[in-house]
Design a binder for this molecule. Structure first.
Ligand code: PA5
Length: 461
């Protein structure tokens, strides 16, 4: 087979992410961290050498430098076409075929992206649910506007996106007729196999590839994430360049000063000391879906064989008024990882009020970001006092570049951490259990015995 042309992102290889472990020192001794260091180094080396479990799914590691240049150019071209002929794009996918794109679009363009005045299409996500109300809502929101569909499924057989695609394909065909509908469907799937690949070939949809050696939850920097992200007007060259910076910096540094190694060592020491939950926290509401992406990445990669940190997330300061009570005083089973962004994109200075009825004049003249920073510092100290160790991940202002870097940081740390834990971080055998039961209950051919057993257990006749 002809090798795909590759591209290399222009990058200085300088990463800005820093990991600060000061606020775990009351809970994890330097001796424990020192003892963990060789295990982390070995896991990192195993990942780099490609000799560990799941090593046929390591394509994501070099993706920021070795991506398919021809396909990358086609992604940009397709994005420009969608921007010119569509007022809305429906992105159909679930899990790793959904969360990365949504996370990046929300973070960089805002969770309110669809409400904004802009010259790029609204983006709606479907195929991540079997809820009738949710699908009807997206159909209604698209309404009679011009739209396109990007259906994404590596296996090409996942039920949720397959069902949604039937529905939106029918809507497209009804609106435009079969021929024009074909030109508005973009399929991102396996290069060789699966029902979606067969359908795309037969119908002549424009196709993009999920590389064989990249698993769903590590695929945001492939066409899976890049096409919807580009349609939303985000600079995908910058996203890749940020990831390339991280790749260069975090592969080169074999010391425990490497932020990836620090994070992995800290979370595994905390896990082994009895902290079973990792709470990812951020003071930026736009980060919510980055947390959802991170939860899938870590939950599916590490949660197996009766092991693994439970990944959870909170959005501060909002959740300080809901989960804050539990974090401060509930079961002492968690630690917190705070992602801190550098400067916001603008400035808001709090004004003076002559009457000062709200008693807020002590904040007059202060920047809102300064207030938020003090909330973060105060929260971290309070949680540490309450028995919740705190890892701090610091990065640059929110941008395509810093997002690319953060994505790569978390992916690499996840692979290394999975090896420290002693699991295969690149499979997800547990996801099959619900699917088998659902197929049996839906009377899919081949599931008769399981169906009989389940119906008996459910008390159905
Ligand atoms: O990380 C994974 O592999 C999963 O979350 C998949 O992305 C998810 O199950 C969707 O699979 P597919 O892309 O095959 O439809």
């Amino acid at each position: 087979m002809k090798a795909a042309p590759v591209g290399t992102a222009t990058t200085g290889g300088i990463a800005v992410i820093k990991v600060d472990l000061t606020s775990i020192s009351d809970f994890v001794s330097q001796e424990a961290l020192d003892a963990m260091a060789p295990r982390v180094a070995e896991a990192h080396q195993t990942l780099e050498a490609g000799t560990g479990a799941g090593n046929d799914f390591l394509g994501w590691r070099e993706l920021p430098a070795n991506y398919d240049k021809e396909e990358f150019a086609r992604i940009k071209k397709a994005a420009a076409k969608i921007q010119s002929d569509s007022e809305a794009l429906v992105v159909i996918g679930i899990g790793g075929s959904y969360l990365g794109a949504r996370a990046v679009i929300d973070l960089i363009q805002s969770p309110n992206y669809n409400l904004k005045k802009k010259n790029t299409p609204d983006i709606f996500f479907a195929g991540n649910t079997l809820s009738t109300d949710a699908v009807l809502e997206v159909l209604g929101l698209v309404g009679d506007r011009d739209f396109s569909v990007n259906v994404i499924s590596k296996s090409g057989t996942t039920t949720e996106p397959a069902v949604a695609f039937r529905i939106f394909k029918a809507a497209l065909e009804q609106k435009y007729g079969k021929e024009e509908a074909r030109g508005r469907i973009y399929a991102t799937t396996d290069a060789h196999k699966g029902a979606l690949k067969g359908l795309a070939d037969a119908e002549g949809y424009e196709e993009f590839v999920v590389p064989d050696n990249v698993g769903g939850r590590y695929s945001v920097l492939t066409a899976v994430g890049l096409l919807p992200i580009a349609v939303a007007g985000i600079d995908i060259d910058e996203l890749m360049a940020g990831a390339a910076d991280a790749m260069t910096a975090f592969s080169a540094d074999k010391s425990m000063a490497n932020p990836v190694r620090k994070y992995v060592a800290a979370r595994n020491c905390l896990y082994e000391s009895g902290k079973k939950v990792e709470l990812l926290a951020c003071f930026e509401p736009a980060f919510r879906f980055m947390s959802e992406w991170w939860k899938q990445l870590y939950g599916e990669s590490e949660g197996k064989e009766g092991k693994g940190l439970f990944p959870a997330s909170v959005e501060f300061t909002a959740d300080l008024h809901s989960m804050g009570q539990y974090i401060q005083e509930g079961e002492r089973l968690m630690f917190e990882t705070v992602v801190r962004y550098d400067k916001p994109h603008g400035q808001l200075v709090i004004g003076e009020d002559a009457d000062n009825v709200d008693g807020l004049n002590f904040l007059a003249g202060k920047d809102l970001h300064f207030v938020c920073e003090q909330a973060m510092r105060g929260t971290r100290l309070a949680h540490v006092d309450g028995g919740v160790p705190n890892i701090l991940i610091e990065t640059d202002t929110i941008s395509a570049r810093s997002t690319g870097e953060l994505i790569y940081f978390f992916e690499l740390a996840c692979g290394v951490s999975g090896y420290v834990l002693g699991v295969n971080p690149f499979n997800q055998p547990g996801v099959e259990a619900y699917k088998k039961n659902m197929f049996a209950l839906l009377d899919k051919p081949g599931y008769a015995d399981l169906r009989a057993d389940l119906l008996k257990r459910l008390g159905d006749r």
